[in-house]
Design a protein around this ligand. Structure first.
Ligand SMILES: [Zn+2]
Length: 393
C-alpha cells in the first residue's frame, strides 16, 4: 500500500488543460452553418458507427478507408471533418461499448479545421471558414500565447449557446521541494478546506449562498412551465460558476503556499468520501451540502495547479485523520468515541485543544511526509492499525 501510494509522488512534465469559453456570433445567420455542420457530423458518426459494427472494424485507418468516400458523397462535410468523425467513433468504442447514437451537440476540430488568432477563431464549417469572436479571460489568453493548438471541440448547449473547448499542453515548472515538508489539506463540510499551515476557508457564507439557490430551486421546481425551466437552467449555471470561482481561489492559494514553503501537498484519498459521509444518518439538507460541494472539483484544481507548479501531490488514506491527536498521536481508547467534538478537538491524553480541521490537516501532512520518505520511520504504524490503511497483515 505504502509503495502503491508512493508511486503517485510523480512530477509530470506537461499537463493538459482545457480552455473553454463562449463563441460570440456576429449575427443569427451564423447559427445556420454551425447547426448544419453539427447535424451532418452526427449523421456521419452514426453512419460510420453502422459500418464499424457490421464490419467489426475499429481501426481508424481501416474504418476511414471503408467510409470516407461515401460520407463525402452524401454530406457536405470537409475531408478533415470526416477524419475526425471516424476518430470519434473509434474513441467512443474505446471508452464504452454502449454508444448507440451520436447527437448533434458537438463536433471535433483539428489543426486544419480551426485556427486561433488575436482573440478570434476561424472554424471550418460545411460551407466555408467562419470567424467568431472568442471571449477569453486574461489568464486564458496568456495560456494560449505561442501555443500550437491542435485539438478543439465546438459544442452547442441546451439553450443554444456555442462553446469552444481547446486542449492546451502546459509545461510544468521544475520546482525544488524538500522531501520532509508537506502541506496537509483537509476538505470538510463546515470548513471547505483547512491546511496544516493554519489557513482555512469557512463554508458558512458559501453554504448560505448555496441555500439561497436551493430555496429558489425548491420554489421553482414544482411548476414545470417553460419559463421556470429556463430559470432553473440559469440558476444551476450561476451556481456552478460560483463554485468554480471559489474552488479556483482556494486551490490557487494552497498551491502558492506550497511553492513558497518548498513543500509537497498532501490530501485525503477521497475515492469513497461520498458514500462514507452519506452512510451516517444525516438530514437531507446536510446531504445536499456534501454532495454539492464539489470536493472532486477542488481536489482536481489543486492537483493540476500543483502539477503545473512542479509540486508533487500525495493522497493519503483518510482513516483516523480526524480522530488522531496531531500532537501526541493518541486516539480515543473507547470504540465509537472521539476527542473531536464538532469544530474542536480536545485531546484526552496530552490536553491539546485545537481546531478540529487544523488537527486533521496536520495529520494529513504528517502522513504525506511519511509516504514521501518511505526510508524514514513509518509514522502511520504508530497511529492507526495497519488493516485500516489497507496493508496486508
Ligand atoms: Zn494529544
Amino acid at each position: 500500500m505504502l509503495y502503491n501510494l508512493a508511486k503517485e509522488v510523480m512530477i509530470l512534465k506537461t499537463q493538459t488543460i482545457t480552455v473553454r469559453n463562449k463563441l460570440v456570433l456576429k449575427n443569427s445567420q451564423q447559427r445556420e452553418p454551425i447547426d448544419s455542420t453539427l447535424k451532418q457530423f452526427a449523421f456521419a458518426c452514426n453512419e460510420i458507427l453502422k459500418v464499424a459494427k457490421s464490419e467489426n472494424c475499429w481501426n481508424a485507418a481501416k474504418l476511414q478507408k471503408l467510409t470516407y468516400y461515401d460520407i463525402r458523397g452524401i454530406t457536405e462535410l470537409k475531408a478533415n471533418h470526416v477524419c475526425n468523425a471516424v476518430r470519434r467513433v473509434v474513441n467512443a468504442k474505446a471508452s464504452t461499448d454502449k454508444v448507440k447514437e451520436f447527437r448533434p451537440t458537438s463536433i471535433a476540430l483539428d489543426i486544419r479545421t480551426f485556427i486561433y488568432k488575436d482573440g478570434a477563431v476561424g472554424i471550418t464549417l460545411v460551407d466555408k471558414r467562419h470567424w467568431f469572436e472568442w471571449k477569453l479571460s486574461f489568464d486564458q489568453k496568456r495560456l494560449l500565447e505561442g501555443k500550437r493548438l491542435s485539438f478543439a471541440t465546438l459544442s452547442r448547449t441546451r439553450n443554444g449557446q456555442y462553446f469552444l473547448n481547446v486542449a492546451v499542453e502546459v509545461e510544468c515548472d521544475r520546482h525544488y521541494v524538500s522531501k520532509d515538508k508537506a502541506i496537509g489539506v483537509d476538505l470538510g463540510r463546515r470548513s471547505i478546506a483547512a491546511t496544516s499551515t493554519g489557513e482555512s476557508w469557512d463554508g458558512e457564507q458559501l453554504n448560505k449562498t448555496r441555500d439561497r439557490y436551493a430555496k429558489v430551486r425548491a420554489n421553482v421546481q414544482p411548476k414545470r412551465s417553460r419559463s421556470s425551466r429556463r430559470l432553473l437552467r440559469r440558476l444551476s449555471g450561476r451556481e456552478r460558476r460560483f463554485q468554480q470561482w471559489v474552488n479556483h481561489n482556494i486551490s490557487k492559494s494552497i498551491v502558492s503556499a506550497a511553492k513558497k514553503d518548498c513543500a509537497i501537498i498532501s490530501m485525503e484519498d477521497l475515492t469513497n468520501i461520498r458514500q462514507s459521509l452519506n452512510a451516517k444518518p444525516r438530514t437531507k439538507q446536510e446531504r445536499r451540502k456534501t454532495n454539492n460541494w464539489g470536493f472532486y472539483m477542488l481536489r482536481l484544481f489543486i492537483h493540476y495547479k500543483a502539477n503545473i507548479a512542479g509540486i508533487p501531490v500525495v493522497f493519503v488514506p483518510p482513516a483516523y485523520t480526524s480522530q488522531t491527536c496531531s500532537h501526541c498521536n493518541h486516539i480515543h481508547p473507547e470504540q465509537g468515541k472521539s476527542y473531536r467534538n464538532g469544530k474542536r478537538f480536545v485531546c484526552g491524553h496530552c490536553g491539546a485543544d485545537v481546531d478540529a480541521y487544523y488537527n486533521a490537516a496536520r495529520n494529513i501532512a504528517r502522513l504525506g511526509v511519511s509516504i514521501n520518505t518511505p526510508e524514514a520511520p513509518k509514522l502511520f504504524c504508530s497511529f492507526a492499525p495497519q488493516s485500516a490503511l489497507g496493508a496486508k497483515p
